[in-house]
Structure formats: C-alpha cells, structure tokens
Write a protein that binds this ligand. Sequence first.
Ligand SMILES: [Zn+2]
Ligand SMILES: [Zn+2]
Length: 211
Amino acid sequence: MTVRSLTGGDSEGLAGVELTIVSRISENPYAVLVRDLMHRPGEMREHSLDVVVSESFGNAVIAVPKGAELGIDARFESLHDGVLVDARVTGTAQAECVRCLIDIAMPVRVEFQELFAYSEDEAFDYTVIDEHVDLEPVVRDAVVLSLPFQPVCQKDCLGLCPECGVRLLDNPGHEHEAPIDARWAALAGLQDFTQDSHDANDSPETQEEKS
Ligand SMILES: [Zn+2]
Ligand SMILES: [Zn+2]
C-alpha cells in the first residue's frame, strides 16, 4: 500500500519499485529522514515542515485544494519496533455552504499519532522506508476525516429563498408580495370540487323524491 502510493503504479517489477522509492523518497516533501532515531529507543525530537498539497484532499463539497499549504508540527519518538509520530496538521479548506452555496474558507486543525514500523509485516500499516517516514498518506487521511460532511457558512445560515433563490442572510425580512399562488389555487379548486359534488348529489335525491 505504501509502495503503491509512492510509485503511483503497481505494474512495475519489484526491483523497479524499490529503485523508484530510493530515487523519489528524498524528493517527497512529506518524507522525513529518521536515521538519527532508528534503533535508539527513547530518543525523541521535534520537526516542523510546510508542504504544498499536490493533489486535493477532500471531496466536491469541501477540500484542501491542490496548491494549498499545510503546516505539520511533529514529534518523532524512537520505539523498539519503529518510530512513533505525533503530529498536528493545520491549514485551510475551501468549501461550499450546503445551504446557501457561497464559497467559504474553513480552518483545518487535526492531530494524529502513527507508528512507522521497521518490520514490513502486514500487521503494520506504515513502515520506515530507506530511513525515512512518509507522512503523506497519514496526513491525507487525518485531514480528510476531519472535514465536516455538511459545511455551513455559519451555524444559523438560512439558506436560499425557495421562491427566487436569493441568499436569505443577505436579505433580512425578504418575502414575496403575492405569496404561494399554487397553494391558494389548490384550495380554491377543492372548494369548487366540494360545491360541484354537493350539487351533483342533490339532483338525484330531488329526482327520487319527485318520482
Ligand atoms: Zn450559508
Ligand atoms: Zn425570494
């Protein structure tokens, strides 16, 4: 899984994949060299990095867009079986209010803790590769999970007028002069119908009484 995300394809042979990792890991802005911590349990250090998002994190409604900056403040701790990373990610997501559809900027602030193991055992999701940890997949998952499903410009956003579509927060007291014709028309129709059926019922009775 980690191999795939680094090489962007899984059709290469194993030797090719390993060479690609070695050549690309140092160019990866999310890769942090941890040689100084490896196999030295108890050692710890902090490191901050700023990365430019190369591929949008999120969905059509809300995302940290391509080209946006994320700040990562991380603490790296050497354990017996790997390097533990505690990190805080900050940035800004671009969203569309689900009620009134205006564009909004929302702060992103999320923390994660993840072990990067020395062993390539499948029990571990992430591993130290070529003396580096690649924070990209972990940062992406943490950011995506932190994004709200239904972003709104403010908690009490009133949305759009169902009649004409204006944004109600921008137009306090907005209403229409001749409201809701359709509802009155339906009521009027019902009245006609009652009248008609009443008349229709009357006539046979009258005829029966007469006969
Ligand atoms: Zn809104
Ligand atoms: Zn309106």
